[in-house]
Design a protein. Sequence first.
Length: 232
Amino acid sequence: MDDLERRVSRLISRISAQIEILAITSVRIAVLPITLPLKLVKVSIPPALHLIIFLSLLPLLGLFSISAGILVAKWIPTGWSEQAFLQYGQGSTPYAYTIIRDLNTNQPYDISVQLVVPTSQANYDLGNFMTSVTLMSTSNRTFAASQRPSLLVPPSGPSRLLPSSGTTTVTIQLFDSLVPSYSTVRARIEVGRQDGWSTVGKGEGKELAVAQAFIKGNVKLRGLTYDLSFAY
């Protein structure tokens, strides 16, 4: 695979060099009706005419640059984010289903779940909770699953005295460099504890209160796409 990427990289470099030569040649041909007569009559070009020629070529050079940028932007894959609406009170761990579309089946992704949770004492008292993600085809064929423990840590020290927005964000990494098997994926997200039905303290359940939940995929660039992302 690395050898193939090197070959593709060399091929693109050669094509880019040829495009550059073609662009320079096109510019020379474009200004030939102006420069050739002046050379034939041995007339020196005034500085003002130099400036006019340069300014007239700027739109052409800008068009080349914008076209190259658009081409690279379309070719380099980007990340994604989908909101998940957790279902509570269903007699099981809070869960959600969401559809992720337009995935690149040759591109690795780092996939995580992001939770916006209230900074309540009940959430702090919950202790460890689990976050799990199951990835399936649209026909419910599972191809990847992962679960991770998490803990909401209360503020300590001087930070307890600072004003709070009432929520905090927790990000749980579930998959590293996962290459999806399908371009459209159905994801099941579960957040909480399997013993959530039991009670603690004054009778509250062992469920994590969640204001918002998202499943996110960050592109893991490699090879030629990694090089181009830095070039542009």
